[in-house]
Design a protein around this ligand. Sequence first.
Ligand code: SF4
Length: 347
Amino acid sequence: MSEIKKKRVLSGNRPTGPSHLGHLFGVHDFWVSLQDKYDCFFFIADYHALTTSYDKVEMIQDNIREVTLDLLGAGLDPKKSTIFLQSDIPEVAELNLLISMVTPMGLLERNPTYKAQMQELNIKKPNLGLFQYPVIQTVDIVIYKGEYVPVGKDQLPHVWIAADIAKTFRHRYGDIFPIPEELVGEFPNVPGSDNRKMSKSYGNTIDVRDDEETTFKKIKKFYTDPEKIRIDDPGHPDGCPIFYFHTMVSGKEHCDNVKSECESGKRGCVQCKSEMCENLNNHLKPIRERRTEFARNPDEVDKILLEGGLKAREEAQKTVQAARKAMGLTERSRLIQTPTIKYKFIK
Ligand code: SF4
């Protein structure tokens, strides 16, 4: 009996900082859950990191290693998923140029995330790379013939813009790649220590690589319901980040208990934080152990990226070849031998 071909999923992670628990619970867990059902391609988006951090190349280099370890620690399995580094596939740059020929400027100018990102990162003079970010994002998907892109609801416009650009290209040059669709997950909006969304730019994170003690110290400083000063004050767990974490790591029965004790003034915040932190550390234990194990074996991590890169590149070359042909370009680049991918960044 012939095997049913799995649909292809594609997504990337920018190496602009170590992954925090917002990434882990919000994104990486979702990716891990897709591995058995889909043919998954996940990449470390270092080209994307350069759009905002082109002056911090060492930071990007360090974080390529850290984020790769975070993904492997979270449970991405190289036997099931293709894991690779974006810039190891030079065809991405070539297809980016080709697709930019048919991308309307107006589409990029209307991109809602462009202005939001400039504001969030306080960028006064945006570069062309950042402006045409949606084009690289489209290329990242279509070059591997990605059919689904896992996103949270707030990132839906990314996929819609990519689909628009892909449609424009296909309309003119034919059916070279599928039009990507979104795969919307239950991306939780994980709160940070100040109860805003957990984000490196707010300085309110717990990183995946933090040890148990650091996690405990950070949790101790977390915001709690300001109206609950004494133990017997009735609290409001629904607006409390500690309760949010309980819902992710403590199990339903315990959460119901926390909620009712908090609301009826039978629970103190110190005890509540310490219980939650213990559950959180238990939840993170196997993830941290896996991460540490991979960190001890840099050659193995290099090999995972190398093998992933070779597989991804083979796919990319086919797409670019088809796009070049459709656009009337010669096949001369196929005659040039490209160098073997080498890795130096794992320290
Ligand atoms: S008791 Fe727990 S849930 Fe209630 S406010 Fe304090 S930390 Fe939050």
